[in-house]
Ligand binder design. Structure first.
Ligand SMILES: C[S@@+](CC[C@H](N)C(=O)[O-])C[C@H]1O[C@@H](n2cnc3c(N)ncnc32)[C@H](O)[C@@H]1O
Length: 185
């Protein structure tokens, strides 16, 4: 079987606008993205998992594989994910369809989907995720931008507040992790 990195790079070349990265995220990014999942019992959804760097970390946080659903548009990545994580539900569907996968009360959404500077995607992905998340649920997003990948006006429109979890230098390129939570009035 081709290596994880080989499959990832192959898809970067075939679909650069969809993958928008030069390598899978490092373990250090994956750990920062998945902080807070320990002890959670509700369903968790990962969107844009690629070859599974965050998926591995989610399971290492103690989330049962049966509680985890992956939404990934790339069929080759889905094939890899199903082989690597046979007990996890892998759907070859866009993150925009999160409300149609039969889950409510989602505890957390972990996102590798490139939403930066894509307002329509921000509404369809982040907005729809919050519609099916628990009151205290959180959404983490990786980005290469120093600022929140969703600007202040869009945060207000979507009823969320972004906070920076930190910069992870041990990644190519260095990455930032942001957390979105429901705005309290
Ligand atoms: C930057 S890569 C991140 C991959 C992985 N999470 C990582 O950090 O190594 C973006 C991933 O999002 C997927 N993707 C892009 N648009 C998507 C969408 N609308 N819904 C689900 N997945 C999407 C791509 O196919 C790719 O696997």
């Amino acid at each position: 079987m081709a290596s994880e990195i080989g499959i990832f790079l192959g898809e970067v070349l075939r679909r650069p606008a969809e993958v928008v990265a030069i390598a899978p995220s490092s373990g250090a990014v994956a750990r920062r993205m998945t902080e807070g999942l320990e002890g959670m019992t509700g369903p968790v959804v990962e969107i844009g998992p690629g070859t599974g760097s965050f998926t591995k970390a989610i399971l290492e946080r103690g989330i049962a594989p049966e509680q985890l659903t992956l939404l990934e548009t790339n069929a080759r990545f889905c094939e890899t994910l199903s082989k690597r994580f046979p007990r996890v539900r892998v759907l070859n569907s866009p993150a925009q369809e999160i409300a149609e996968i039969g889950l409510t009360g989602i505890a957390a959404v972990i996102s590798g989907v490139p939403v930066l500077a894509r307002p329509r995607l921000q509404r369809e992905v982040v907005g729809r995720a919050f519609a099916v998340m628990t009151e205290n649920g959180f959404f983490t997003q990786v980005t290469y931008s120093p600022n929140a990948p969703i600007g202040p006006a869009m945060q207000r429109e979507l009823g969320v507040i972004a906070t920076r979890r930190g910069v992870v230098w041990a990644n190519l390129p260095p990455a930032r992790v942001f957390e979105f939570r429901r705005r309290r009035h």
